[in-house]
Design a protein around this ligand. Structure first.
Ligand SMILES: [Zn+2]
Length: 196
C-alpha cells in the first residue's frame, strides 16, 4: 500500500473564518487532495474532522441543487473554533467528475434521483474512496477523531482504514425548494442521518 506523506504546509487567512489554517499538500495521494489544519484551542482535544468532497457548482456558485456550500462553510466555522482538520477531496460529483455530474443533473430534471441518474450514465452511484482521507490523517499524525458527518459510509470506511472515531458530530440540514429530492434520496437510499 502506497504511503502518504506531507509535502508542504502553508498558512492562508480565510474570509469569514476567525482562525488561519495551514493548507497541507501531500505526496502519494491519487489526486491533489488537501487538508486545512486548524490548531486546537485546548491541548489534547480530539480533533474535529470533516471529510468533504469537492463540489464546484455548490461551493463556488451556490447551486441550490445540493447542500455542499453551506456544509463546507459550517464545517470551516466549527473546526476553526474547536480545532481539527478539513480534508478536501478532489472527487467532484461523488467521483464521476464535473461534466458527468452536469449530465446527471439533466437526467434528474427528467425525474431520476441522484443515484439512478449515475446508473443511467453507466457510472458508479458513488465512486468516492475515503482511503486517501485516512492516509492523509495518518500523515498528519492523527489516528483518533471526532467525525463531522451524517453519512454512515464515511464512518465505516475511515474505521476500515484504521482511524478511530471517538464521536460523530452531525452536520446541519440545509434544505431549500430545489434540493429536497436530493436530500431525501440520501436519507432513503444511503441511510444518511438527516431529520427534515
Ligand atoms: Zn454539491
Amino acid at each position: 500500500m502506497k504511503m502518504v506523506t506531507v509535502r508542504q504546509r502553508v498558512d492562508i487567512p480565510l474570509q469569514d473564518v476567525p482562525v488561519t489554517p495551514d493548507f497541507v499538500s501531500f505526496e502519494g495521494v491519487l489526486k491533489e487532495h488537501i487538508a486545512l489544519v486548524f490548531p486546537s484551542p485546548v491541548a489534547g482535544t480530539t480533533p474535529l474532522v470533516r471529510v468533504h468532497s469537492e463540489c464546484i457548482t455548490g461551493e463556488v456558485f451556490g447551486s441550490q441543487l445540493c447542500d455542499c456550500g453551506p456544509q463546507l462553510r459550517e464545517a470551516l466555522a466549527l473546526i476553526a473554533r474547536q480545532g481539527g482538520v478539513l480534508l478536501y477531496l478532489r472527487q467532484e460529483g461523488r467521483g464521476i467528475g464535473l461534466y458527468a455530474k452536469l449530465q446527471a443533473y439533466s437526467l434528474q430534471k427528467q425525474g431520476l434521483d441522484t443515484f439512478e441518474a449515475n446508473r443511467h450514465l453507466n457510472l458508479p452511484e458513488d465512486s468516492r474512496s475515503f482511503e486517501d482521507a485516512a492516509k492523509m490523517l495518518d500523515a498528519l499524525g492523527i489516528n483518533k477523531i471526532r467525525l463531522l458527518t451524517n453519512n454512515p459510509d464515511k464512518q465505516a470506511q475511515l474505521e476500515q482504514y484504521g482511524i478511530e472515531i471517538e464521536d460523530i458530530v452531525p452536520t446541519g440540514v440545509y434544505l431549500n425548494p430545489h434540493n429536497r429530492r436530493y436530500l431525501e434520496a440520501k436519507v432513503k437510499l444511503r441511510d444518511h442521518k438527516i431529520a427534515f
